[in-house]
Design a protein around this ligand. Structure first.
Ligand code: PHE
Length: 329
């Protein structure tokens, strides 16, 4: 009996000092302290001893049990603490997590670029609301009620008198109503049209309108300004053409096309803006004397310009919010 006690004591000592984690600790507990472990086993055997031997071993057994239990508890405490501090441990050598920086949407970048070019040509910037009156969007711009030209612009009406603007031209009206000539400004913003969505058109897009009103403004100046813009924006070698057109609020009117050869496809002309001399009726509507003043106006589609510049062939990609597209710019 004495020998067994000594052996168990020695084995426990050697095994408990090697314990490094909860799983190993559990092994030691099972071996020595569990219901069928070596220590309870000793007590079972103790019961079988002749009664005159019992006093001799009783005390030793109790001392053994207490010392094993307290040593075990002490090691358990250490291991529990260690597990906890491992969780809180910060490993400064791990590689950092990279934060993804956002960037300005390609359409906004394009708007800023357009804006900077016109600012350098002496234009200021003026903005108006996206919810407009029928009067500012159509009537003041010489689209009489029931005029077929209204059909050119598929309108989202809010009610009989209000709508989502179909172009940035109502901002011309606002500017001319509020300020006296000379006026020279661009008017960037969102516009809305109730069109079938396709690679070429979307229900929402962006325009930059331009207006110059002063004594003796001429079509030649309009042309010179737009060509200067196109060359700065697309490069000196850009191929363009002015084509006669019609808008109720300009007379004469033109559209500007630029040449586009998408990769692997046949080249074609792409319309990027409408322009013309402000119709005298419009000047009269906003209280500017058409005998004293003339003006030109233009309105360009930002998406189309960006498509041409960056080789994008589907307008919908601007609005999909697909990060793989957006991070390229
Ligand atoms: N507002 C016209 C459009 O959206 C473009 C335009 C603007 C044409 C100014 C002439 C002058 O189609």
């Amino acid at each position: 009996m004495q020998e067994r006690i000594k052996k168990i004591q020695a084995d426990f000592e050697s095994e408990i000092t090697k314990v490094g984690n909860p799983a190993e600790l559990e092994q030691v507990r099972i071996k020595f302290l569990s219901r069928k472990g070596l220590v309870p086993q000793l007590f079972e055997d103790f019961k079988q001893l002749p009664s005159d031997e019992k006093p001799k071993y009783g005390k030793t057994l109790n001392i053994l049990k207490n010392s094993i239990q307290s040593k075990f508890d002490q090691i358990k405490q250490k291991i529990d603490n260690k597990a906890e501090s491992d969780v809180n441990l910060v490993d400064l050598s791990l590689p950092g997590r990279r934060a993804h920086l956002g960037s300005m949407h390609i359409l906004m970048q394009t708007m800023y670029e357009i804006r900077d070019i016109f600012k350098s040509l002496g234009f200021s910037v003026y903005e108006g609301p996206e919810l407009e009156s029928d009067y500012n969007n159509f009537e003041a711009l010489n689209f009489p009620e029931d005029h077929p030209a209204r059909d050119m612009q598929d309108t989202f009406f809010i009610n009989e008198n209000f709508l989502l603007r179909t172009h940035t031209s109502p901002v011309q009206v606002r500017l001319m109503q509020n300020k006296k000539p000379p006026l020279r400004a661009i008017m960037p913003g969102k516009v809305y049209r109730n069109e079938a969505i396709s690679a070429k058109s979307y229900c929402l897009f962006h325009q930059v309108e331009g207006l110059y009103v002063d004594n003796d403004v001429t079509f030649a100046e309009l042309k010179g300004t737009l060509v200067a813009f196109a060359k700065q924006f697309f490069g000196e070698e850009i191929k363009y053409r002015f084509r006669p057109s019609f808008f109720p609020f300009t007379e004469p009117s033109a559209e500007v096309d630029i040449w586009w050869e998408p990769k692997g496809k046949e080249g074609r002309w792409m319309e990027i803006l409408g322009c013309g001399m402000v119709d005298p009726n419009v000047l009269e509507n906003v209280g500017i004397d058409p005998e004293k003043y003339t003006g030109y106006a233009f309105g360009m589609g930002v998406e189309r310009i960006a498509m041409r510049k960056y080789g994008i062939d589907d307008i919908r990609t601007f609005f999909d919010n697909d990060k793989r597209f957006l991070i390229q710019f």
